[in-house]
Design a protein around this ligand. Structure first.
Ligand code: CP
Ligand code: NVA
Length: 321
């Protein structure tokens, strides 16, 4: 077992296959013990967390706030309307002050570079609660949801139909190393960041998985097990709305796409969802895993926060990946 105590969690790029599996195992262990067996497990009594949100959040905020408290810790939710950050006080001064109060900081930021500044200026672990490049907490929840549904991950094919954004970037850091093949459709001009693609190609080669990139959603969905999408307009891109709606024409996930997939296809979406990227028929279908996916945000963020603060001892056996 690897110790993650004192590490940062900015991107799954920094974690290998074994590490990702261990974090997912911890999430599954917490879920089984706390949710299914009613165990009261509070190894974080006396610990405090600062949860900084520069953008809105339902899932990340609630999963981290309730999850950290369930483990016995005290979470403090902070927005720029509450604290001096960005108005009267710099990020680095804030990081130094918060380090005196809390044991860990989770931050949702506009600029990934600000997370790096936090790691340099704070003396406690930093967790990425979403940046413009990555959303690693989301892809951990996605992987746990697929593992629960399919019983294992290796050999599955995941299709992405949408923007080359933080959500698919994080899936790309996790999926190939867990044996999942990727088929990615993005509109012209909204492709995966080149440096993220370069890392993914390397990971896929090492794991002997396939990556296929196209501008045609149907081609991406062909024979895939899972289709995933996200909003076409991420937080901070609101003024690009008109041109994005035009560029993403033909990218709405509908039955036409799921019809060319494996007959036991499933659907994931990080949420919040707008109808333009996926119609109701797919979004609310019995093949859609969106509600367990959202719930798994809690067990996975608990696993991350716990693992950065203490070495967790598993009581359940390791799932098959
Ligand atoms: N999926 C996700 O991160 O949702 P929130 O924006 O509600 O946190
Ligand atoms: N891509 C979206 C994800 C929201 C959870 C955004 O960054 O706004």
């Amino acid at each position: 077992q690897t110790s993650f105590v004192g590490h940062n969690f900015l991107t799954l790029r920094d974690f290998n296959k074994h590490d990702i599996e261990q974090l997912l195992w911890t999430a599954a262990d917490l879920k089984e013990r706390i949710k299914n067996n009613g165990e009261v497990y509070q190894p974080l009594i006396g610990k405090a967390a600062a949860l900084i949100f520069e953008k809105r959040s339902t899932r990340t905020r609630m999963s981290s706030e309730t999850g950290f408290a369930a483990l016995g810790g005290h979470p403090a939710f902070l927005t720029q309307n509450d604290i001096h950050l960005g108005v009267n006080e710099s990020l680095s001064d804030t990081a130094k002050v918060l380090s005196g109060f809390v044991d860990i900081i989770l931050a949702r930021v506009y600029r990934h570079d600000d997370l790096i500044t936090l790691t340099q200026q704070a003396s406690v672990p930093i967790v990425n609660g979403l940046s413009e490049i990555y959303h690693p907490l989301q892809s951990l929840a996605d992987m746990l949801t697929l593992q629960e549904h399919y019983g294992s991950l290796s050999g599955l094919t995941l299709a992405w139909v949408g923007d080359g954004n933080n959500i698919i970037h994080s899936i790309m850091m996790a999926a190939p190393r867990l044996g999942i093949n990727l088929k990615i459709a993005t509109p012209k001009g909204y492709e995966i960041f080149p440096e993220v693609m370069a890392d993914t190609v390397k990971f896929a080669k090492e794991a002997n998985t396939d990556i296929f990139v196209t501008n045609d959603p149907l081609e991406a969905c062909q024979n895939a097990n899972i289709v995933v999408t996200d909003t076409w307009i991420s937080m901070g891109q609101e003024e690009e709305k008109a041109e994005r709606l035009k560029a993403f024409k033909g990218y709405q996930v509908t039955k036409k796409m799921t019809d060319v997939m494996d007959k036991d296809w499933t659907f994931l979406h990080c949420l919040p969802r707008k109808p333009e990227e996926v119609d109701d028929e797919v979004f609310y279908s019995k093949n859609s895993l969106i509600w367990p996916e959202a719930e798994n945000r809690k067990w996975t963020v608990m696993a991350v926060l716990l693992s950065l603060l203490t070495d967790h001892v598993h009581k359940t056996s390791k799932p098959i990946f």
